[in-house]
Design a protein around this ligand. Structure first.
Ligand SMILES: [Zn+2]
Length: 248
């Protein structure tokens, strides 16, 4: 039955939640793709996944906001590479020209390294692309990446079409009800290219983002796309599974 299909939170920072919260998310039947931001949170994310392997996929990586010093970055990338074989995915990685444009050259260096790891270890990518949507897509194409999630996409709609035609996934954030731009993204994204996410824990315009908002998000998207909630849950669950079934 469609009612039994799990929800999906395709991008959240699970290491910042308490154990009892994590258990509550899992008992609410939300599958979680947990991203990391640096070496320590990568280790922690893998530990959390190992204690709940049935409901959690663990990504390891360095968030572009955490990139500052070239030598420290080189060492951290090396250390994270050792974790990749046991990880399910690589993230949160990518480029940011909106909040941290000053470190862009180093961000690009790191992203190139993670793109290479994605290919070598056959792991999907969980991507941050704020203000650098075109640059991010160009690099994904240069590396022929086929399995990647554009998390909380708010970029231009013409570029969205290119992302979709490249076979990549776009995840819609639970802030949909307070972010007008996100409605246009939902309308322009076919269900077969869509995931849902919270990016929790994060406070966006008074909304406390966490995976328990996903059922309400699914209801909103279903309304906008004129499908039943059950149909939408099924497609999103299939999109989630395909990330690990298809090869890079
Ligand atoms: Zn995030």
């Amino acid at each position: 039955m469609d009612d039994e299909i799990p929800y999906v939170d395709a991008h959240l920072h699970l290491h910042e939640f308490k154990e009892e919260e994590i258990e509550r998310f899992l008992s609410s039947r939300v599958l979680l793709i947990a991203v990391a931001e640096d070496y320590n949170s990568s280790i922690r994310t893998l530990e959390i996944r190992d204690s709940h392997p049935e409901g959690i996929k663990a990504c390891v990586g360095i968030h572009p906001w955490n990139i500052k010093d070239e030598e420290a970055l080189r060492r951290e990338i090396e250390a994270i590479e050792e974790l990749i074989p046991e990880a399910d995915c690589i993230g949160e990685v990518g480029l940011d020209l909106k909040f941290t444009a000053d470190t862009y050259p180093l961000q690009e260096k790191a992203f190139q390294a993670f793109l290479e790891f994605s290919r070598r270890y056959e792991k999907p990518l969980n991507i941050h692309s704020a203000g650098a949507w075109r640059e991010t897509l160009q690099l994904l194409r240069a590396w022929s990446v086929k399995r990647a999630i554009f998390h909380w996409y708010t970029g231009p709609l013409d570029l969205l079409r290119e992302i979709i035609s490249s076979g990549l996934l776009v995840s819609i954030n639970a802030s949909l009800k307070v972010q007008r731009k996100a409605r246009q993204v939902v309308l322009a994204t076919p269900l077969q290219s869509m995931l849902t996410e919270s990016d929790g824990p994060y406070n966006y315009r008074g909304l406390n983002l966490n995976p328990l908002l996903i059922p309400e998000l699914v209801a909103e998207i279903a309304g906008l796309k004129n499908v039943t909630e059950g149909q939408l849950r099924r497609v999103i669950f299939e999109n989630f599974k395909a990330l690990w079934e298809r090869k890079v």
